[in-house]
Design a protein around this ligand. Structure first.
Ligand SMILES: Cc1cc2nc3c(=O)[nH]c(=O)nc-3n(C[C@H](O)[C@H](O)[C@H](O)COP(=O)(O)O)c2cc1C
Length: 302
């Protein structure tokens, strides 16, 4: 794993960055968060000792994401990345989600509360470094199935962020394959996941994949934001334990397919994303990171 340990202090003291430095690093870290269609739909505003996170209306897609569900999920992932970065730099922070119901585009306030009182735990520093390593990998899962400890770690990460994960049994995966899909998204090879009877589970393709549904009991912007934080937590955890996590949004984008997936959750939950989990043979060549958006598209200081 490529690391940059010098970017983060391991002890509180003279090395701890100032609040302005810490918040700027957190915004940059959030810029590495996963985003739907690779269009970061967030904008940060630094005011005082904190950051305000807004969803950017000009970057929403009426066609594929009419309720902004997946955009807000992406913003949640960015929020979690910023939280992780602040913690890794030795800063305590408080999050207020949807602070003003009259301004729903203002998704969160991330307030830096001060330097953490104790030396930063190695796991916290490592989590910050994992942000620079995580990336989307669409290659077929050619390696072994993920083990129970790895799955438990990922489920625990999702639960810690207040969302839920439903692991699909093989017969439920077959059920998903019958959920009708919609036109393909060109950048995503495995959008075929939801096509009628065409799911790529044949020999050699994703043979070792395990599928899970990221969901929650509510279907409001707050649930979507928290599910994005859970996606980020799950993905960073998966990266650390050597598991490939790929979100598949096609089956959750349309009302009809979402309702069909709900039957797999016995209608107690609202599905947001299908997650493909597994491992990739280490002999396969890796994928480069997708290019990130310029910082001035996502950040303002006042
Ligand atoms: C809400 C959400 C939905 C996504 N859906 C898909 C998907 O269906 N298929 C896919 O290959 N990647 C999907 N992604 C991953 C993005 O394409 C990816 O995060 C983006 O291109 C940036 O690349 P990176 O993750 O390597 O930084 C999704 C990401 C998010 C946050």
């Amino acid at each position: 794993m490529a690391t940059n340990a010098s970017a983060y202090p391991t002890d509180v003291g003279a090395d701890t960055p100032t609040v302005t430095e810490a918040l700027a690093v957190a915004v940059a870290a959030a810029g590495l968060a996963p985003s739907f269609h690779h269009v970061p739909p967030w904008r940060w505003h630094m005011t005082g000792d904190g950051l305000d996170l807004h969803v950017e209306p000009s970057r929403l897609s009426d066609l594929t994401d009419p309720d902004a569900r997946l955009a807000i999920l992406s913003c949640g992932a960015a929020l979690h990345h910023a939280r992780v970065s602040l913690a890794a730099q030795g800063w305590r922070a408080t999050v207020t989600r949807i602070p003003d119901s009259a301004r729903p585009e203002h998704l969160a306030r991330l307030q830096a509360d001060g330097p953490a009182p104790t030396p930063i735990e190695a796991l916290t520093v490592r989590r910050g470094q994992t942000i620079g390593v995580r990336h989307t990998d669409q290659r077929p899962l050619s390696g072994r199935r993920i083990g129970p400890d790895e799955l438990t770690a990922i489920i625990t990460a999702v639960h810690a962020e207040g969302s839920l994960l439903h692991v699909l049994y093989p017969d439920q995966v077959r059920h998903l394959a019958a959920v009708p899909s919609q036109p393909a998204w060109a950048t995503v090879r495995d959008r075929d996941f939801g096509h009628d009877g065409e799911q790529h589970l044949s020999a050699g393709y994703d043979r070792s994949a395990l599928f899970a549904i990221l969901y929650d009991r509510g279907d409001q912007p707050l649930n979507w934001l928290r599910a994005g934080e859970a996606l980020s937590a799950a993905w960073l955890t998966a990266t650390e334990v050597g598991v490939s996590l790929l979100p598949l949004s096609a089956t959750a984008e349309m009302v009809g397919t979402r309702q069909a997936i709900r039957t797999l959750l016995t209608r107690v939950g609202h599905p947001y994303l299908v997650l493909r989990l597994g491992t990739i043979d280490q002999d396969d060549a890796g994928q480069a990171h997708a290019p990130q958006q310029p910082i001035d598209r996502i950040f303002e200081v006042s």
